[in-house]
Design a protein around this ligand. Structure first.
Ligand code: C2O
Ligand code: CU
Ligand code: CU
Length: 475
């Protein structure tokens, strides 16, 4: 049982400056919740922020009523409970920047009282009957997810079990959950999120940021800019999450003399791989998690290992660094068999193949329907896809530009990319697949867990807010 009060606070993120944040429980990231597989956890959220919120546990196999559907609001006291108020009142308390980039304005649900549920506190129940892995919880309000995450509404939730602990992987202080997220700051230290000021909308260039999504020039890890973490000269388990709204990373661990340390991948979004996979560099798209082991044993005491983003430039190339501070015994292991319970769905198991395109809409249009799935922007009152519990399906996804596509409720495996074999980092069970520009990919899954209304969407948070989301009804 947890109780989280969502509230505003200020923190020193950049030296000497105060940054106003929206937080889960007063910190950014929010409190890390640690759970055991199959042991249900209840989290009660109370909202003391100036706007409604929605909590979603990303990667959780959660009953629909606790999955954080984008119109199931936790409202602050005094917030109008009519649906219309929920859509229009956001500007008052917070000034610019609290709104989504486009508030994509499908006009349906947020104005349809039947579609919106509100509560002053909401109890979310997570059965966590699923493979152990690192999940994360974040805001998911319709049209306003991106600015809410940007302002701080994100936290980690780690699920463990005995089998994983018995493997002997690096643990304790040598297990490091790392939430990586870029942010931009104004000169006074406040977070800089481009607003949708209607008077600016028609000016050339103003909508430009939302094509790629919103990027920052400061890289935060667990809320701190470019941290340097002190480590033993031993194996460490880095549990990586890209919690950025839109930034992609291609990570690499390099020593001062330019030597690259292996990133030994042991897990994906939904838990351990069958066997470790060695990478020199590792692409990480928004919302993806990678569980990797890095061995600092060969680094001299005093040496620095930088975690670098090869896709960044200037200061956004740097992510964080590890300072090796002492020689130390290391009895950790990376066993050659990590897990034996990965689903083995084959093509022939699939009862259905579905196609979905992830493409830009007409960007110049006034309706702001920027990003579409299958030609349509999100509408919570529409039914998009209905699947049957227990069915195995193949989904073919095709993208125009980069789109990290995320499915709620279920994990999937990547069958192919561009008609070819998946990439080396595509193994294991995933809940987010990073579609590269112009690429198509096939994923396979079995609908498991619960019936009800779920979602799939692009996890570029700006694309999501601008309509790139669809309903998934499990019956
Ligand atoms: Cu990480 Cu639908 O969300
Ligand atoms: Cu999710
Ligand atoms: Cu996208």
């Amino acid at each position: 049982r947890y109780e989280i009060v969502q509230r505003e606070t200020t923190a020193e993120i950049l030296p000497g400056l105060r940054t106003r944040l929206w937080t889960y429980g007063g910190t950014f990231p929010g409190p890390t919740i640690e759970s055991r597989r199959g042991r249900p956890v209840t989290v009660t959220h109370r909202n003391e922020l100036p706007v409604p919120t929605v909590v979603h546990l990303h990667g959780g196999r959660t009953p629909a009523e606790s999955d954080g559907y984008p119109t199931d609001l936790v409202t602050p006291a005094g917030w109008p409970t009519t649906a219309h108020g929920g859509d229009t009142g956001h500007g008052g308390h917070t000034g610019h920047g609290s709104g989504g980039p486009a508030g994509h304005g499908s006009g349906g649900a947020m104005h349809d009282p039947k579609a919106v549920t509100t509560a002053l506190t909401r109890e979310y129940t997570f059965p966590l009957d699923q493979r152990p892995t690192m999940l994360w919880y974040h805001d998911h309000r319709m049209d306003f997810t991106a600015p809410a995450i940007w302002r701080g509404l994100a936290g980690l939730h780690i699920v463990r079990d005995d089998a994983e602990e018995a493997l002997g992987l690096p643990a304790g202080p040598r297990e490091l959950p790392l939430m990586i997220a870029d942010r931009a700051f104004a000169a006074d230290g406040s977070l800089d999120y481009p607003s949708l000021d209607p008077t600016l909308r028609d000016r050339p260039g103003v909508r430009e940021p939302y094509v790629a999504g919103v990027l920052g020039d400061v890289i935060l890890v667990n809320g701190a800019p470019w941290p340097v973490h002190e480590v033993d000269a031993a194996r460490h388990r880095l549990r990586l999450l890209n919690a950025s709204n839109a930034r992609h990373y291609e990570l690499e661990a390099v020593t001062e003399d330019g030597r690259r340390l292996d990133l030994v991948q042991i897990g994906a979004d939904q838990g351990l791989l069958a066997a470790p996979v060695k990478h020199g560099t590792l692409p990480v798209a928004p919302a993806e998690r990678y569980d990797v082991v890095v061995d600092f044993a060969g680094v001299p005491v005093g040496g620095l290992v930088k975690l670098v983003n090869r896709l960044g430039s200037g200061r956004t190339r740097d992510v964080m660094a590890f300072r090796v501070v002492r020689k130390a015994a290391d009895d950790s292991r990376v066993p050659s068999v990590l897990s034996t319970d990965l689903p083995t769905w084959r093509r022939s198991d699939a009862v259905r193949v579905r196609d979905f395109s992830f493409r830009a809409g007409r960007m110049g249009e006034d309706d702001g329907h920027g990003w579409l799935i299958g030609g349509q922007p999100f509408d919570p009152t529409r039914s998009d896809v209905t699947v049957r519990l227990g069915d195995v399906e193949i989904w073919r996804l095709v993208a125009d530009v980069h789109h990290p596509v995320h499915l709620h409720l279920t994990g999937f495996r990547i069958l192919s990319r561009g008609g070819d074999e998946p990439l080396p980092h595509d193994g294991g069970l995933k809940d987010t697949v990073s579609l590269r520009p112009g690429e198509s990919a096939e994923i396979i899954t079995r609908w498991e867990g619960y019936r009800g209304r779920y979602l799939f969407h692009c996890h570029n948070a700006e694309h999501e807010d601008m309509g790139m989301m669809a309903n998934l009804q499990v019956t």
